[in-house]
Ligand binder design. Structure first.
Ligand code: CMX
Length: 132
């Protein structure tokens, strides 16, 4: 893996928590966007050497909505920045890791993303993320 690109944090409402990050912690807001394919609105926060990705569900049916319903708000995933994401996926699959999709798909910030199932990653949802 090249680096940890961002940490995803599930929230009920970006509006409600944003001033905690920008004013209380003093971390600048980079951008807010909707990622319809993942059924989330995301806010990227600049935390210095890493970004925090606040994830607000767009409806009750997506993965983040289900996560909040079951486990409450908090840390949702860790995203590794990678190159050649399809090759990384093949290597991990060959090593017995369960991936959530056959191929990478579009994620926030125009990146291509793929997820490693927490059941085969010792309870942690990992994302692979390749910037275009
Ligand atoms: N971290 C750790 N464990 C998690 C988890 C998470 N984020 N989300 C779910 N789990 C666990 C559950 O607690 C459950 O464990 P138990 O069986 O021990 O209770 C197990 O995984 C299965 O969870 P589930 O609630 O039954 O949910 P699903 O199997 O339907 O989905 C998962 C789980 C990981 C496949 C789903 O959350 C997913 O597809 N995630 C990837 C997509 C995603 O997270 N998109 C949002 C991010 C957007 C972005 O960054 O761009």
């Amino acid at each position: 893996m090249k680096k940890v690109d961002h940490i995803g944090i599930a929230v009920r409402s970006i509006d409600e928590v944003l001033t905690y990050y920008t004013e209380t912690l003093g971390c600048p807001l980079l951008k807010i966007e909707e990622v319809a394919s993942q059924k989330v609105k995301v806010a990227f926060i600049d935390a210095g050497n890493i970004k925090l990705e606040l994830l607000e569900p767009l409806d009750d049916t997506g993965a983040v909505a289900k996560f909040i319903e079951k486990r409450g708000v908090g840390i949702h995933h860790i995203a590794f920045g990678v190159e050649n994401i399809e090759q990384r996926m093949t290597e991990l699959r060959d090593k017995g890791v369960q991936l959530l999709s056959e191929h990478a798909g579009p994620g926030a910030g125009g990146a291509m993303v793929a997820f490693l199932h927490p059941k085969s990653s010792n309870g942690v949802l990992y994302e692979l993320c390749e910037k275009q």
